[in-house]
Design a protein around this ligand. Sequence first.
Ligand SMILES: [Ca+2]
Length: 173
Amino acid sequence: MGKKVLGLLILAICTMFLVMPIHAEELIQNGTFDENTDNWVHWAGGGGDVSIAAENGEARLKINNTGNEVWTVQFRQNISIVAGTTYVIKFDARSTTPRTIRFMLERSGGAQPYPVYYGPVDVDLTTEMATYTFEGTVEITEPNAHLIFCLGKVGRIGRVHTVYLDNVSITTK
Ligand SMILES: [Ca+2]
């Protein structure tokens, strides 16, 4: 290969990298709740009782009863994770009653117990909207994973309250 050709080839490769857009991949769909609560799944059982709606571009989770376990109220979305990838997990949240919620990345379905790939992380919400950011590297590739918020009995909540979520995001780092 001639020097000139090699030079052009190197130039072409360098140009390719320069023009390639470098952006993190977003795993969460409708994390802004601009499209109601599309793509999101909620579940309550074991005494848990929740009603979900999108309100002013936020997810509104009215918790009538937390139930008796951390998982008795759930809000989640399926994602696919890749081993060795570092993910940045971010969301805005508040609660009409200050409370702790829990989130994690775990397998969606299959035999119990569900393996956890990141977390569980407990987050203390206040009545003010705040942004919470976390970062973690997963060790397993799992096309059937989910981000799950557990809004059941975490800490001590004895009354009806509402949790608001917005700008839920998981990006590759
Ligand atoms: Ca929003």
